[in-house]
Ligand binder design. Structure first.
Ligand code: SAM
Length: 295
């Protein structure tokens, strides 16, 4: 029916770029995928079926979007670059189940837009080759929105994927690991070499598979305080928990007593480093701090 080559085939990508006179903007993190096998693997990893609605961030010229459209019920794609809107209208003209929204995803009211675009209430998955300069803000934007995202399968710099999926006691473990793992189970799915992109980025990438937990990983009485604590604990990585907590919360006698009492009640040695604490330990400490502050 259609003898066009896939968008991601290097010769077709080249043709599309030439036809529209498109030039890459480094500032928008534009590295386009030109390897159909990687795209197939992403769709397989995300287990996309006709009973899935997909949100994509940054469709570029539509390489991944095309694969998503072939498998999902509907695809909603946010693209910030106005020059790509006519390109996408051209490359994706065969796929009526794709809606491209010309907007900065970080400014998007995700709940309202998805309600408007998706015709049926189906599990929502976020699948994207993320613009690397804003990987973390995009992840947090989705996690902190009230949108019921079942799963995220996202490509990012390998180093960031390592940090998000890191376990306690490792060098990569930090407040980002905790912020994401609080909501989602994180697993590194596979590595993507830098050679399959145009233009080539400086580093290799990885696909991370994040699955929404039925309830957060740990029970905290005040989420805001919990995330404040985890950020404080990693402020200076070589310092002890005690040093970092005093730096964030204060060194006056009353504050020191409050911190000491909370640490003791949570059974955590002040001489430990933040990177050795599990999510459960951070939750216990945060809950003790909150209880003592209010009590
Ligand atoms: N999905 C395409 C692919 O895999 O070939 C392109 C991926 S490229 C790494 C990132 C895309 O995100 C670019 O198309 C870029 O214009 C877009 N982008 C950058 N910042 C954005 C933002 N804040 N909101 C929406 N899209 C953005």
């Amino acid at each position: 029916m259609n003898d066009k080559k896939e968008i991601a085939v290097p010769s077709r990508t080249k043709e599309i770029l030439a036809k529209h006179g498109f030039t890459f903007k480094k500032s928008l993190g534009q590295n386009f995928l030109t390897e159909p096998n990687v795209l197939r693997k992403i769709v397989e990893t995300a287990e996309i079926t006709e009973n899935t609605n997909v949100i994509e961030v940054g469709p570029g010229i539509g390489a991944l979007t095309e694969h998503l459209a072939q498998n999902a019920r509907q695809v909603l794609a946010f693209e910030i670059d106005d020059r790509l809107i006519p390109v996408l209208a051209d490359t994706l003209s065969d796929y009526p189940n794709v809606s491209v929204v010309h907007q900065d995803v970080l400014q998007a009211d995700l709940l309202t837009i998805t309600n408007d675009i998706f015709q049926e209430e189906l599990p929502i998955k976020v699948v994207a080759n993320l613009p690397y300069y804003i990987t973390t803000p995009i992840m947090m934007h989705f996690l902190e929105s009230n949108l019921p995202v079942a799963e995220m399968v996202v490509m990012m710099q390998k180093e960031v994927a390592d940090r998000i999926s890191a376990q306690p006691g490792t060098k990569a473990y930090g407040s980002l690991s905790i912020a994401v793992q609080y909501y989602m189970e994180a697993k590194l799915a596979f590595i993507v070499p830098k050679t399959v992109f145009v233009p080539q980025p400086n580093v290799d990438s990885a696909i991370l598979k994040l699955t929404r937990r039925a309830t957060p990983a740990v029970q905290v009485t005040n989420e805001k305080e919990f995330f404040k604590l985890t950020k404080s604990a990693f402020q200076l990585r070589r310092k002890t928990l005690w040093n970092n907590l005093q730096n964030s919360y204060g060194k006056d006698p009353a504050t020191k007593q409050w911190l000491q009492d909370s640490l003791a009640a949570a059974g955590i040695e002040p001489s430990r480093r933040g990177e050795t604490l599990s999510l459960a330990e951070f939750a216990a400490l945060s809950n003790e701090m909150v209880a003592r502050k209010e009590g």
